[in-house]
Design a protein around this ligand. Structure first.
Ligand SMILES: [Zn+2]
Length: 336
């Protein structure tokens, strides 16, 4: 409405009022019978005083707060765009290239209610499928957070680190790469990326993540940066990959191509080493095994342990405290 006002010089209050009249006339003409006494207009002061009241109540309780969020920004229109308004990386209105901009946004703290939202499902008579969707949306999963120290060219930690979340800590000996989302904070600052990598990043950022997810994209690029394996000390390459969703979890994942189908596909396309670190009961010579089993690593004290024993051992080992931490992760984000 603001941009239309700038273009035409007519006040938004007037154009909005006219639009409402047009809608009402059209709805009546097609014979839809609404109860017009219950009609509301969200732009009417008598209506929005209640939205404002509600917002203030949430604010007073700390449930509305300001934080940084990434938005699609059209530098020419000077406005935030919804994903649907970005067409091939350009603004649908003026075709200017859309950029990602960090901006102060208001968030509603729905994550305070994540466990209540799950337990409350027992008390509503929703269809089972709807409850499943709700659970999927909240996305609770138990696992571990692993901190990977970034190292310089000489293999010395440079003070930066990457966090990943996994539900399969037992596969950690099979990690052969770390993958960052293009939106990960470190992407801009880890060792100067090559020309090719920079080009890849700027293109990938424009393509929305949901698009990448839908098309099952396996694009990625080796950054040349390495991290140190928190247990073996081995140096692991850091990739940027668009299958990693920036808004989910830590925005980085540990790549275990020997034990995860998606990582396996990615590794094959980019010829990254595939390592089997767990054997199941059955003879299985393929390079992918997604089940649990017995660790095959020759790293001291871990080879021969079962998946469960290995996880317990890592959790109990003081050396890894603060580096590998048991945690619960939720997909649910605060409401933007
Ligand atoms: Zn524009």
């Amino acid at each position: 409405a603001e941009n239309y006002a700038i273009k035409t010089g007519v006040h938004p209050a007037e154009t909005t009022r006219n639009a409402i009249h047009t809608f009402r006339r059209q709805i009546k003409r097609v014979g839809i019978s609404y109860d017009w006494e219950a009609e509301i207009a969200t732009s009417h002061p008598g209506y929005y005083k209640w939205t404002q009241w509600l917002f203030l109540e949430l604010y007073k309780k700390g449930l509305a707060y300001q934080g940084d969020g990434m938005v699609n920004w059209c530098p020419s229109c000077q406005t935030v765009l919804a994903n649907e308004q970005v067409v091939n990386g350009a603004c649908e209105r003026c075709e200017t290239e859309v950029i990602q901009k960090k901006m102060k946004q208001w968030f509603f703290k729905i994550t305070d209610y994540k466990d209540e939202l799950i337990s409350g499902l027992d008390q509503v008579d929703w269809p089972e499928a709807t409850k499943q969707q709700q659970l999927h949306w909240i996305g609770k999963s138990e696992g571990h957070e692993v901190v990977w120290e970034v190292v310089d060219g000489a293999g010395i930690p440079n003070g930066k680190s990457i966090k990943t979340f996994t539900t399969r800590l037992d596969t950690i000996f099979g990690v052969t790469f770390i993958a960052l989302s293009v939106k990960h904070d470190l992407v801009g600052e880890i060792r100067p990326l090559g020309k090719e990598a920079q080009k890849y990043v700027s293109e990938a950022v424009i393509q929305s993540e949901s698009e990448a997810k839908r098309s099952g994209s396996k694009n990625g690029i080796d950054t040349g940066t390495k991290v140190k394996h928190p247990i073996t000390g081995e140096l692991i390459p850091v990739w940027i990959a668009d299958f990693v969703i920036g808004s989910y979890g830590t925005g980085a994942v540990m790549g275990v191509p020997g034990h995860d189908g998606r990582d396996n596909e990615f590794a094959k396309i980019h010829t990254i080493k595939i390592e089997r670190a767990i054997e199941g009961n059955q003879e299985n010579s393929s390079d992918l095994y997604e089940g649990k089993g017995v660790l095959t690593t020759d790293f001291p004290n871990f080879g021969g342990l079962t998946s469960e024993q290995a996880i317990e051992k890592i959790e109990a080992e003081p050396t890894y405290s603060g580096v590998i931490t048991k945690t619960t992760q939720y997909k649910l984000r605060d409401w933007l």
